[in-house]
Design a binder for this molecule. Structure first.
Ligand SMILES: *[C@@H]1O[C@H](CO)[C@@H](O)[C@H](O)[C@H]1NC(C)=O
Ligand SMILES: *[C@@H]1O[C@H](CO)[C@@H](O)[C@H](O)[C@H]1NC(C)=O
Length: 604
């Protein structure tokens, strides 16, 4: 009986292998001496008709041009846009072929007309090469000498970075037996930087560490952004963000071709900035000596950003959102520079504690604003625009100040809404004037939407030739349309999708990357672009990266490419993009179980 059963069981090779492996693993565990655990990852991948890179189960050998050793190598040419994020807006072709090369064999030749442009491009080259190394880790050297030769040609050496900067580029990759040749052409250095980012995305690690890097053997990309203002706001006042966090945010932005870092540097909670001409602001306003930005660090951040094609707009919010840092006016013989400082009950005087608003009738305030703007202008030499703040004024605070009420009476202004709005808008005219006198350019100032930007009033209070409005209303609100009709240039933050702090307080909802991606901005010449906002009441350095990333990337593609397709079509590229952020040292949140990334298209 026993014998019969034994004969009926067919022990095939796989079962024996399985047994051997289990015994091996058990021994490993006992002895703790075996280095690697064997897992059976798919060894072949192919791109299916839904443009997903999926494990290949058929018989074709790896010699076939469309079967690849890893999912990332497959992704290099899978789908119309391959691995690229944001997807290009012009003509694009990507070949199925691959070449392997050693990252030591990269040569970049730069052709430009002036020294500043050459220096910038050398910096961009170094960042490119360092990003390429990050794709493969430390052991990725390939014997052999296949060369990657990159020629960068920039038509104009102009270093201006603003809304009129041409960020377009053409990237052509072609290969011969012993070399791959890359031609980059752009009209500005910033376009060339974007081209190098695109090229880096066409490069990934080989399947084993002795095969170097893999890239597509040929491709051609014509590309330019659809919106010129593609921003991330980071608040460093509610909670402080260390310099390395800001730099990694800039790295993530560079990887996503975002180009404006809106630094909401100060608020009523704390004033972390060193303003050399007004050191009291930091002394009275920083949370601690450590939670500060020295002037040198601020300058360094601006340079770091610029090298990555990113403008820094430093916002000193005013006349509201001002409190800590501004207490010393009476001590300094300047009278009250701000009022309602830390006043209670806060609900009567401000929208969140601690309260505080500028004392806009104190002439000394404008002297201080001038010194602040001068110091900021000095470290942002190429930046002609100032974000002047302007949100969430509570008239109740000003209405409780006899000093303000007396000044209004002297001028014949009633202490009603119209009277206060008149005074408030004059404040913005004056700070705008201070900035444009320093910069001598007459460029516009940016203001948040507020009671002053009510379409019924805005033309009297804040004329379109002086102010750009950053709207922060939900998509359903008619404000954006109404202001466009009146000829205002706008930066749009759809509050119901691009407020990255939502979902962590009150009754707000979390917006996942799909809802961020699927927010569509109106296309109009006066829409400069948009920004996602990372307000920091409920986040600090320990979680901020996972709150910004990868969701800001979803907005990045909306702003660069404005695709007519939805997040669903973008999903596999988005997963690749997220992995790339990790390779570059950023800690993005997970957006799906890993199984769904390994089995693209199975989790819709
Ligand atoms: C990479 O290669 C080196 C030297 O050939 C080898 O010692 C190491 O184990 C390899 N690492 C991996 C992760 O395969
Ligand atoms: C200011 O205070 C006065 C007196 O309490 C009140 O009549 C007036 O409505 C207030 N103005 C505003 C704009 O709230």
């Amino acid at each position: 009986m026993d014998r019969l059963l034994y004969q009926n069981v067919s022990i095939d090779q796989a079962t024996i292998m399985h047994l051997v492996q289990n015994i091996f693993l058990a021994l490993c565990t006992l002895l703790a001496s075996c280095s690697a655990i064997e897992v059976s990852v798919p060894k072949k991948w192919s791109c299916n008709e839904d443009e997903n890179c999926v494990p290949y189960v058929g018989q074709k050998s790896l010699e076939s041009p469309s079967i690849y050793e890893t999912q990332d190598i497959c992704r290099l040419s899978c789908g119309r846009y391959g691995p690229l994020w944001p997807r290009p807006t012009g003509a694009i072709t990507i070949s199925q072929g691959r070449v392997n090369f050693n990252p030591k064999n990269i040569r970049v030749d730069i052709f430009v007309t002036n020294q500043d442009a050459a220096t910038f491009l050398e910096g961009a080259r170094d960042i490119f090469i360092s990003n390429v190394w990050k794709e493969c880790g430390k052991d990725c050297e390939l014997p052999g000498n296949h060369m990657l030769i990159i020629q960068v040609r920039v038509a104009q050496g102009k270093m201006t970075l603003d809304w009129s900067t041409e960020e377009s580029y053409v990237l052509v990759i072609s290969s011969a037996a012993d070399r791959t040749f890359v031609d980059v052409q752009s009209s500005s250095v910033y376009g060339a930087r974007h081209a190098l980012e695109t090229l880096a995305q066409f490069i990934t690690a080989a399947a084993d560490n002795s095969s170097g890097l893999v890239m597509v053997s040929s491709a051609r990309v014509v590309d330019k952004p659809l919106f010129n203002h593609r921003g991330v706001l980071l608040d460093t006042s509610r909670n402080f963000m260390p310099v390395n966090i800001i730099k990694r945010t800039l790295d993530g932005m560079a990887a996503s071709k975002l180009n404006v870092f809106h630094w909401h540097a100060t608020d009523s909670h704390s004033f972390p900035l060193e303003i050399p001409q007004v050191p009291q602001l930091q002394r009275f306003g920083a949370y601690s000596a450590e939670e500060t930005y020295s002037y040198k660090e601020m300058e360094d951040i601006v340079k770091y950003a610029r090298q990555r094609g990113i403008r820094v707009l430093i916002e000193i919010d005013s006349p509201a959102h001002v409190s800590n840092g501004w207490q010393w006016g009476p001590l300094g013989g300047m009278g009250d520079l701000a009022i309602c400082i830390n006043q209670q009950p806060w609900r009567q005087f401000c929208i969140q504690p601690p309260c505080g608003q500028m004392n806009i009738v104190n002439e000394n305030l404008y002297e201080i604003m001038k010194l602040i703007y001068e110091d900021i202008a000095k470290i942002t030499p190429g930046e002609n625009t100032m974000h002047l703040g302007g949100d969430e004024v509570r008239l109740e605070c000003w209405n409780a100040s006899t000093e303000i009420l007396n000044k209004m009476r002297d001028r014949g202004l009633q202490p009603n809404v119209d009277g206060f709005h008149q005074l408030w808008s004059e404040f913005h005219h004056r700070t705008h004037r201070i900035w444009s006198d320093i910069k001598q350019t007459g460029s516009k100032g940016i203001l948040w939407s507020s009671k002053l930007t009510d379409p019924e009033k805005i033309e009297q209070l804040l004329p379109a030739n002086k102010f750009i409005i950053q709207t922060w209303v939900p998509t359903s609100d008619p404000l954006v349309r109404d202001l466009l009709v009146k000829g205002y240039q706008l930066i749009v933050t759809p509050k119901d999708g691009w407020y990255l702090d939502h979902g962590f307080w009150g009754v707000t909802n979390y917006y996942n990357w799909r809802s961020v991606y699927d927010k569509i901005l109106p296309r109009d010449l006066n829409i400069l672009g948009g920004e996602v906002c990372m307000w920091s009441e409920y986040v600090d350095e320990f979680a901020v990266e996972s709150r910004i990333w990868p969701r800001a990337g979803a907005a990045a593609e909306r702003l660069w490419s404005d695709p007519s397709t939805s997040s669903r079509e973008a999903e596999s590229r988005f997963n690749r993009y997220r992995k790339r952020l990790i390779a570059r040292g950023i800690g993005p949140d997970a957006v799906t179980p890993k199984w769904c990334t390994l089995n693209e298209g199975e989790c819709h």
